[in-house]
Design a protein around this ligand. Structure first.
Ligand code: FES
Length: 315
């Protein structure tokens, strides 16, 4: 079975711009050839091509403006990469559509273009830290097959899907099923959709959760047992605690949530929530459509522990 991934290929003018970067192979460092430069949205691994293609046929893939930079960086201590922003929502949509295909989606998406692979024994080349600035409008995603050859991996595009085009199906957003009983969670009170933004509310008494603040690093979402809530931390490091389930169709954030910059995104249908709990969805044409809010609970980090407002406590 081939190894598959879903990616965005940068346009030729951007590749031409990036080839100006100093790239010289040396012991322990192997530069990726420009024709193989890509931005992976989802690694599927060993998966059936038909399954992946059918999943992407059904996907609602938003348009994306990709920004590369600001400088060449290191990823996982073994790859030189150019960071890429602007792909979070698209990656969440691809993750959602292909959740049952191939390998499980990664919990955290980090947009990047790999320019070199570095062995642990090698020192970093001077390219590390080089300033980069490029951007482009992504027009399609590609399902790519990767095969290993003696001179490196070969990537073949199997099919592409345009961005910003509604698929043949609808996501039935008007359907709002009854909230299911909390799975292993207790203490839910009221509908998060009707709770609205907590702005202007005085927080109730805070209680310790027993969860270490360090266990929620930037980009992580963690269930808070006994609070019917999840804690998540934005890429900038701000901690936020919200109801455990998405107000759309009650998908649990602990499983379907993804942090995209300063937003919590429910990958089930792409609803986004800012730190105030305000809901929105990125439309196909790039417009932000308002959606129901999720309830935000007051929280603090006290001596390394997350403290949260107990719902129903006197204010
Ligand atoms: S359940 Fe539909 S967006 Fe969350």
């Amino acid at each position: 079975m081939p190894r598959l991934f879903v990616a965005v290929w940068p346009p030729e003018d951007v590749i031409a711009e990036l080839t100006a970067l100093a790239r010289k192979d040396r012991r322990g460092i192997r530069f990726v050839e420009p024709e193989r430069w890509h931005l992976t949205l989802r690694f599927l691994g060993d998966a059936a091509v038909d399954d992946a293609a059918e999943a992407l046929d059904r996907a609602e893939l938003p348009a994306a403006t990709v920004r590369l930079g600001p400088a060449v960086d290191v990823l996982d201590e073994r790859a030189l990469v150019i960071p890429a922003s602007g792909l979070d929502h698209l990656a969440a949509a691809v993750n959602s559509a292909t959740a049952d295909v191939g390998e499980a989606p990664r919990r955290r998406f980090r947009g990047h273009l790999t320019v070199a692979r570095v062995k642990a024994s090698a020192s970093m080349p001077p390219l590390l830290g080089a300033l980069v600035e490029a951007s482009f409008e992504a027009s399609e995603v590609a399902l790519v097959e990767s095969t290993l050859h003696p001179d490196g991996a070969r990537y073949d595009t199997i099919a592409t899907w345009p961005l910003g085009v509604s698929p043949w199906w609808t996501d039935r957003e008007d359907e709002a099923p009854a909230r299911p009983p909390s799975a292993g969670l207790v203490g839910s009170a009221g509908s998060p959709a009707s709770a609205g933004s907590p702005s202007g509310r005085a927080p109730g008494a805070l209680e310790p959760t027993g969860v270490a603040a360090a266990s929620v690093p930037p980009g992580r979402i963690l269930e808070l047992p006994g609070f019917d809530a999840v804690a998540w931390r934005s890429a900038a490091g701000d901690l936020c605690v919200v109801d455990a389930r998405c107000p759309h169709q009650w998908s649990p954030f602990a499983f379907d949530g993804v942090v995209a910059g300063d937003e919590l995104v429910c990958s089930a249908h792409g609803w986004c929530f800012d730190r105030e709990g305000r809901g929105s969805k990125l439309a196909m044409n790039g417009r932000r459509d308002p959606k129901s809010n999720v309830e935000v609970l007051a929280c603090r980090e006290i001596e390394g522990e997350i403290w949260v407002e107990r719902r129903g406590s006197p204010r």
